[in-house]
Design a protein around this ligand. Structure first.
Ligand code: SF4
Length: 316
């Protein structure tokens, strides 16, 4: 591991000021992904700003009937919150499908959104990887790509986003609240939060240097029946090959988002509009632009079948 300096901050203003002073700084909270990446020298921050003292660990009701989830709310606490379990069940189920109990106790809401891909070549520093070293190439394109993206990818990167929580957040129309080093606040719909890989897969979100996530807000409960189904190689502690989050209303309308298939939670509102037509119509909209590899083409039929099964369960 490269040497770095470390400080604890107690206010978002302090955190922002530190980010401004220290080029090459990173915020750290749970550290469940960042520390692994530092040990492998994939992430090499010169300074760590520990934000665990910022007090961003409450879940508060919003005036419009939704919830404001502090950036530091641990995944375990979010999954167990009675309001989340009752009104946003898909989020609770997605959280409980992710990682392990120990990791969920440590991992935070903001950190979960910002975790890096688990593409095996990203973690192997002997291999070219445009996400890790821009311009070096992509070992996955002609390598082992079973876990990787079938849609939304580019010729520079076919990595997937690993989060289960983000899939449910996208389904729920979550909004990310941030503050930058100038003190400017902004609200970013999760739909606009992740960048397409294009030629710059190392740029994964629209966050600017030093911009800190302070909360994620959920709009008023959407009602309906909530389902989260994760298909993976083993029953626990594995990333999704395909996951499907769905909310279906009594009148047959609803929405779906998929994980494990793209660089971000994969949801298309025009696919939601097809829900009353059935799973096949939704699938065709979601994957009209799919470009699978020989290794991961199976994900398309897996997604189609999982989608049909989840919608059938939700309607029942
Ligand atoms: Fe790197 Fe992306 Fe290629 Fe994986 S798919 S090796 S993360 S550039």
């Amino acid at each position: 591991m490269k040497s770095f300096t470390y400080e604890r901050v107690t206010t978002p203003g302090e955190a922002a000021a530190s980010a401004r002073r220290n080029t090459g700084a990173k915020f750290i909270a749970g550290g469940t992904n960042l520390l692994d990446l530092m040990k492998l020298q994939i992430e090499t921050p010169t300074h760590l700003i520990d934000v665990n003292g910022l007090g961003l660990d409450n879940i508060d009701a919003t005036p419009d009937g939704g919830l404001r989830i502090g950036a530091l709310v641990r995944n375990t606490d979010l999954a167990a919150d009675t309001r989340i379990r009752r009104d946003y069940a898909v989020l609770s189920r997605a959280l409980l499908a992710g990682a392990s109990g120990q990791l969920r106790n440590q991992a935070t809401t903001a950190g979960n959104l910002l975790q890096r891909t688990r593409c095996p070549y990203f973690y192997d520093t002997n291999q070219p990887c445009n996400k890790r070293t821009p311009g070096s190439g992509c070992a996955a394109l002609n390598g082992y790509s079973r876990q990787l993206a079938v849609v939304g990818a580019s010729d520079a990167c076919i990595a997937t986003h690993p989060s289960d929580m983000a899939v449910a957040m996208r389904l729920l129309d979550a909004v990310v609240e941030t503050v930058n080093p100038d003190g400017d606040e902004r609200k970013i719909p999760l739909a606009d939060f992740y960048r397409a890989p294009g030629d710059t897969p190392h740029l994964e979100t629209v966050l600017t240097p030093g911009e800190l996530i302070v909360a994620v807000t959920l709009p008023a409960p959407p009602g309906g029946t909530h389902v989260y189904r994760k298909v993976r190689d083993r029953a626990s502690y594995a990333f999704a090959l395909v996951s499907v989050a769905a909310i279906v209303q009594p009148d047959g309308t609803g929405r779906v988002a998929l994980g494990g298939v793209a660089h971000k939670p994969w949801r298309l509102e025009e696919a939601d509009a097809q829900l009353a037509q059935g799973a096949q119509a939704v699938y065709e909209r979601l994957f009209a632009s799919a470009r699978p590899t020989a290794d991961n083409a199976f994900k398309l039929s897996l997604a189609k079948r999982t989608l049909a099964s989840v919608l059938s369960e939700a309607r029942a």
